[in-house]
Design a protein around this ligand. Structure first.
Ligand code: OFO
Length: 168
């Protein structure tokens, strides 16, 4: 695999693991607030991010490259309320989408069609994630301004389950 592309995918493994860590900090926040459904939502998100990292990890090996792991940045650990948490989630997912777009640019630039097709999966996943997060945020912002609503939403988010993604 092209060296520049291999390095960029390695960097993205780090970004996916950071995402897992970021959502783990939010998981801890919701645990402190005793919002078990929100905590469950974050737990599923953490597992998805881990699967995304491993998808890239396995892909580098499949292509005969070398996985190089770097240190993971420390995430923030405090938020004022659930709306602020989900604002951060949306902002983060948009950032990740821009990173995947940049990765695709590199794969195209080095004319690696196989990598383009592999990375397309991640782009589609980002569209889905941004939409899921926006929906949670919209409900939180527009409907949920009392404790009762938060309780109902918490019940709802408790039903989210992790389905291991089939990547690529
Ligand atoms: Fe890795 O899926 Fe979003 O960030």
């Amino acid at each position: 695999m092209n060296e520049k592309l291999e390095k960029a995918i390695n960097d993205q493994i780090n970004a996916e693991l950071y995402s897992e860590y970021f959502y783990m900090a939010m998981y801890a926040y919701f645990d402190r607030m005793n919002l078990q459904g929100f905590k469950n939502w974050m737990n599923v998100q953490m597992q998805e991010e881990h699967a995304h990292a491993m998808g890239m990890f396995n892909y580098i090996h499949e292509r005969g490259g070398k996985v190089i792991l770097d240190k993971i940045e420390q995430p923030k650990s405090d938020w004022s309320n659930p709306v602020e948490v989900f604002e951060d989630v949306l902002k983060h997912e948009k950032y990740v989408t821009s990173r995947i777009n940049d990765l695709l640019d590199i794969a195209e630039e080095v004319n690696d069609r196989a990598a383009v097709s592999f990375l397309d999966w991640y782009l589609k996943e980002q569209v889905e994630e941004e939409s899921n997060v926006s929906n949670v945020l919209k409900t939180l912002r527009m409907v949920c301004d009392d404790k009762h609503c938060l309780y109902m939403m918490d019940k709802d988010l408790a039903s989210r389950t992790f389905n291991p993604p089939v990547i690529g």
